[in-house]
Write a protein that binds this ligand. Sequence first.
Ligand code: G16
Length: 542
Amino acid sequence: MISTVATKPFDDQKPGTSGLRKKVPHFAQENYAENFLQAIFDATERPAGSAVVIGGDGRYLNATVIRKAIRMAAANGVAKVIVGQNGLLSTPAASNLIRQRKAAGGIVLSASHNPGGPDGDFGIKYNIANGGPAPEGVTDAIYRRTKEIQDYRIWDGEAPDLSLIGTSRLGQMEVEIVDPVADYAALMETLFDFGKIRAAIQGGLTLRFDAMHAVTGPYATEILERRLGAPEGTVLNGVPSEDFGGGHPDPNVVWAAPLVDLLMGPTAPDFGAASDGDGDRNMILGRGIVVTPSDSLAVLAANAHLAPGYAKGIAGIARSMPTSQAADRVAQKRGIGIYETPTGWKFFGNLLDAGKVTICGEESAGTGSDHVREKDGLWAVLLWLNILAERGQSVAEIVKGHWAEFGRNYYQRHDYEEVDKAAAEELMNSLRGRLASMAGQRFGTLVVSEADDFSYKDPIDGSVSTGQGVRIVFSGGSRIVFRLSGTGTVGATLRVYLERFEPDPARHDLPVEVALKELVETADAIGEIKARTGRAEPDVRT
Ligand code: G16
């Protein structure tokens, strides 16, 4: 009952920051998804009898590709697949299932925060047995396989009905369809004081969570409304749709503008949050305040001990290189380790497995801990709620108190999207070519103290990743980082990260644009952004 289908390699199946992402029509080409799935089955290890977890964020093509993945798993000798009901699994829930069921790995279908629908984006990523994104050694092996593939194997029979929870067989393979929310919600109950949060909500703490028509809707409804007793209507846009209601499921001030407006307006609840397409990113807001992801990481790390799951304290913190150094100040003050890694959650896996760090975060709206091996949007929301319930202060009071204690790292990221690829690469190459002569150069009041192209040697397995972004550091600690995104699907996205440290509490209330003005001008002078890309302004500031 197994068919072997002849195919030809595609030359563009190199996984990026987080798996293979392409436009839907590109992915829908004959054999495109099949080739990549076969490369995963060929290039990854599966101990005899072990399971593979399969699920996705519910976007257009999700169900179609999941059925193919199940049939291909059956034809590739997989003993068992564990699949989310209706093909749904948030990325953190998939990571949890892989770990709890001791699966060999997982196939997660998502293009994260990128738009969905027939003209939107689609993606496939592979997670390894620790529940985390495949490290570069594995994605390189998958990519090599895509370049030589000549055929793929698929079971001839239909995949089972994905809506029915329970176990069935496809040939020799067992197919278990599971409730996507249950195990994840149970894990959250072990980490946080649900009784205390429930009491705070009963006592008047008000909140809204925007699921952005994406996968976290069912998770947030179960946890926030059913288990924590928040009133019905707390979860906005809670029904997943294939095109995310026509929007970008990207929790930032641009794409979650209605939520931001609500929190800045006269009827604001105490707390607001949003998550992205596959549930791993988060945005945190309080009445009248948007908390930057870098600040959120620092505040969560400084207060995690208030939640039962972290009551013993945290072992250390890891952040991606472009993330602000606010977390470093917490680590220094608390005497715990701080690790700076390249962009990509996959770089945190070894540190978490080795117990070097408990909490990790990225400027790209990701925070998480050692409870899974992915960033986790709802986890961040629940940790914030646990901290609010314990401290009885507002979000703004907690953030401002944090700045007063640790200093404030003013921070912003500027994105130039769909830039001509060659122009973006030349911009980066030109910067790299000038790095050696940059130290000592003056721009206005700023003097370059060091400049490099970030490279990282993993302290656990010794693997080295080079070319991870150009860092220009000024005396006083301000930084500009230039890097090209690894998750876009059209042209290139240039990211410019700007950071300035301000120790003086009297200067903590400046508008960010004012605080960063000189750095923004300097970034254009050094990067020649306008001249090389033709763009006078970034498309998105986060
Ligand atoms: C992915 C990765 C993150 C990374 C982000 C942005 O997030 O998992 O680690 O920070 O992309 O990457 P880039 O700057 O290369 O676009 P997600 O939520 O898209 O899976």
